[in-house]
Design a protein. Structure first.
Length: 163
């Protein structure tokens, strides 16, 4: 079975690991059972860690640690070498209006992700460019759910029938 690779932005990670948004339960289950692989890099993980520590999140140190532990268990740190460093290996990547979000585009390209799952408007505006360049899809979580369901159906119908 082919495993799909994804990159999750910080807000999607919050929905999955902190808020436990039931709308994205399929995404969380797909990560847990290994149907998909999610990737991060040091600066993406650090942003998630910092946001968890915001006072408005009202999370205890123990809760933050538990959320990060689950994140670390389900999201792989991309070990692609020096080219994954911020700003490197960006050939053909569009430039995000919000420079803080460029790292997610760079990571998606470097780890050869099928999709960058985001709720960020600046990233979503770049979806046509990355698709046109044959790089990766940029999808809102609800669009990813539809896309992933269609991929699974296509895989099932393409699989040889057991006699």
């Amino acid at each position: 079975m082919f495993r799909h690779r994804v990159v999750l932005d910080t807000n999607v990670c919050l929905d999955l690991f902190m808020f436990r948004d039931p709308r994205w339960q399929v995404l969380l289950e797909s990560l847990t059972c290994g149907e998909i692989e999610a990737f991060t890099r040091h600066d993406c993980r650090r942003e998630f860690e910092l946001v968890l520590g915001y006072e408005k999140m009202k999370l205890s140190a123990e809760s933050q640690a538990a959320i990060l532990a689950e994140f670390d268990r389900l999201v792989r740190s991309y070990a692609g070498g020096a080219e994954i460093e911020a700003g490197a290996m960006t050939c053909g990547l569009p430039v995000c209006k919000d420079s803080d979000d460029q790292k997610f585009l760079e990571l998606a390209l470097a780890c050869e992700a099928d999709a960058l799952i985001t709720k960020d408007k600046a990233l979503l505006k770049l979806a046509r460019k990355t698709a046109r360049n044959g790089q990766f899809n940029i999808l809102a979580p609800q669009a990813w759910l539809v896309w992933f369901a269609e991929l699974k159906c296509a895989q099932i119908s393409a699989a040889p029938a057991d006699l």
